[in-house]
Design a binder for this molecule. Structure first.
Ligand SMILES: [Mg+2]
Length: 428
C-alpha cells in the first residue's frame, strides 16, 4: 500500500491527479474501465524466477551487505507466514524466522521484469501508466469489445503474467484510477477485485481513510482529529472543515472519496525533464553540530538523487546554498570527476562545500543542495572506457542499492528506509 510522504500533507505531484475536468463532458462519455495491476512481493518473485528453489523456503530480499544494518526489501509468502515485514531490520526478521534465507537484490533485474510485465499490459491497451516498478494503471475502455469486460481482462492478464513470468498480480477494476488502485489492495495475492460505479459506496466507504492513495500517516492523523476515520466519513465531511484542516488537497481527497477522480491514464513521460534538481529545507532547529550538518545534507541529497534517477539523469556539478541565521546566503559549487546520481556521492561533495564555507561552529539557518549540469545516465554509462572496470562494478552495485531504496521509499514513505537517524530526528 502506498502511504504517501510521511513528512507533510498529501502530495499530488505523482501523475496528474490534480487536473480539473469538465464533469458534464465526462458524464457524456460514460464510465471508463480502468485496471490497476500490482505485482505481489515483486522483488522476491523476480529473484525466484532466477532461483526456483527459493519458492520452497522462507526468503527475503535484503538491502545491505552488512546484515546487521540491512532491512527487508521484500519477502515471499512463506516468510510472510512467520510475520516477516517489509522495511524491518534483517536481525528482527531472523528472530521471527531463524531459517530465513536472505538474498541480495540483483542489479537490473527488477527493471527488466517490469518492462516484460508492462509489455504484456500493452497487448490489451496502449494506455498504460506505470506507477513505480511493479504497478501500472491501464485504461481498457476502448478494448472491451475485443477482450471482454474489465474483470475478464484482469483475469486474462493475471493468468498470462503468472504463466509467462511466474509472478502473481492483484488487479483492481474500477471507473477511476484512485478506486482501481484501492481495488488492487483488497485481495492479494493473485486476485481481481471490482469496484463498480453503481456499488462503489458500499465497498469503499467502510474502508479506513488511510487505504486511499495519497492519505499517508500524517494526513490520517489530521483527518482523525476532525473525526474522519473511514472513506465514507471523508465523503460526507463538510468541505470547509476539510479545507481548514488540509487546504485544497483536503477538498480534492473528498472528491476522490466520492468517486470523482477524472485523471487520465497517461502514457509515461508526464513530468518534463528537469534542467537542474534541488532540494532545500529549513529544519526545525538551526544546524549546530557537525552531526546536524551532515544529517541535513545527506537527507536533502537523498531526495535530489532519487529525482535524478527517476529521470535517468546524472549531475556533473554539485552546488549548495547556505543561509545563516541573519539570512545572508552564500552559494558555492564544485564540479565532479564523474557524473553521478548516487546520494552517497552527491552528499559527500555537498558536505565538503558546506564545511569549507562555514566559520567554525557557526549556525546554519537553512541549506539547499543542487544537482546541476545534468546529462543522460545511459550516455555516461556507455562512455565507461574512461573508468576502470572495478570502479564501474562498484558504481553499478551502489546504484542498484540506491534505486531499490527509492522504490521502497516511494511506497512506504520517506522514513521507511533511509538514514537511520531520520527516524525521530529533532531536526525534522
Ligand atoms: Mg506490489
Amino acid at each position: 500500500m502506498y502511504m504517501g510522504p510521511s513528512d507533510g500533507g498529501p502530495s499530488f505531484r505523482v501523475s496528474n491527479f490534480h487536473e480539473v475536468k469538465d464533469e458534464r463532458s465526462i458524464a457524456a462519455q460514460g464510465f471508463r474501465t480502468i485496471l490497476h495491476c500490482d505485482a505481489n512481493s515483486f522483488f522476491a518473485s523476480c529473484e525466484t524466477m532466477l532461483h526456483p528453489e527459493y519458492a520452497y523456503v522462507p526468503m527475503a530480499v535484503c538491502g545491505s551487505v552488512e546484515e546487521r544494518h540491512g532491512i527487508v526489501l521484500a519477502k515471499n509468502e512463506l516468510a510472510k507466514k512467520y510475520g516477516v515485514q517489509t522495511a524491518e531490520p534483517v536481525w528482527a526478521a531472523k528472530q521471527k524466522c531463524p531459517e530465513l534465507l536472505t538474498v541480495r537484490p540483483t542489479y537490473g533485474l527488477y527493471g527488466e521484469v517490469s518492462q516484460k510485465m508492462n509489455k504484456i499490459f500493452y497487448d490489451y491497451t496502449d494506455l498504460v501508466e506505470p506507477f513505480g516498478v511493479d504497478e501500472s494503471w491501464l485504461d481498457v475502455t476502448g478494448s472491451l469489445r475485443l477482450f471482454g469486460d474489465g474483470e475478464q481482462i484482469a483475469d486474462t492478464i493475471r493468468a498470462r503474467v503468472k504463466r509467462e513470468l511466474g509472478i502473481t498480480v492483484s488487479v483492481g477494476v474500477s471507473f477511476n484510477k484512485i478506486f482501481a488502485k484501492l481495488g488492487s489492495d483488497i485481495k492479494k495475492p493473485d486476485a481481481t477485485s471490482v469496484i463498480p460505479p453503481d456499488r462503489f459506496a458500499s465497498i469503499v466507504w467502510p474502508m479506513p481513510v488511510s487505504a486511499l492513495l495519497f492519505v499517508g500517516p500524517s494526513t490520517t492523523r489530521t483527518l482523525k482529529r476532525i473525526g474522519v476515520y473511514t472513506i465514507g466519513d471523508l465523503a460526507c465531511c463538510d468541505i470547509e472543515v476539510l479545507r481548514r484542516a488540509l487546504g485544497k488537497n483536503g477538498v480534492l481527497l473528498r472528491e476522490f472519496a466520492l468517486g470523482r477522480d477524472f485523471a487520465d491514464v497517461t502514457v509515461s513521460g508526464y513530468e518534463p525533464e528537469p534542467k537542474s534538481v534541488s532540494n532545500g529545507m529549513t529544519f526545525r532547529h538551526n544546524l549546530q553540530t557537525q552531526n546536524d550538518v551532515s544529517f541535513a545534507v545527506t537527507y536533502l541529497s537523498m531526495s535530489v538523487a532519487e529525482r535524478l534517477r527517476k529521470h535517468n539523469l546524472c549531475c556533473n556539478n554539485v552546488a549548495v546554498s547556505i543561509r545563516s541565521p541573519n539570512l545572508t546566503t552564500i552559494n558555492r559549487q564544485t564540479s565532479l570527476d564523474h557524473p553521478t546520481c548516487l546520494w552517497s556521492e552527491i552528499s559527500r561533495a555537498a558536505l565538503a562545500l558546506v564545511n569549507a564555507n562555514r566559520n567554525g561552529e557557526e549556525e546554519i539557518y537553512s541549506v539547499t543542495v543542487h544537482a546541476e549540469r545534468l546529462t543522460r545516465e545511459n550516455e555516461f554509462l556507455t562512455q565507461q572506457q574512461f573508468f576502470p572496470e572495478a570502479w564501474e562494478t562498484a558504481y553499478r552495485r551502489k546504484h542498484s542499492l540506491e534505486s531499490t531504496v527509492d522504490a521502497i521509499r516511494a511506497r512506504y514513505g520517506k522514513c521507511a528506509i533511509g538514514i537511520a537517524s531520520a527516524v525521530n530526528n529533532r531536526l525534522l
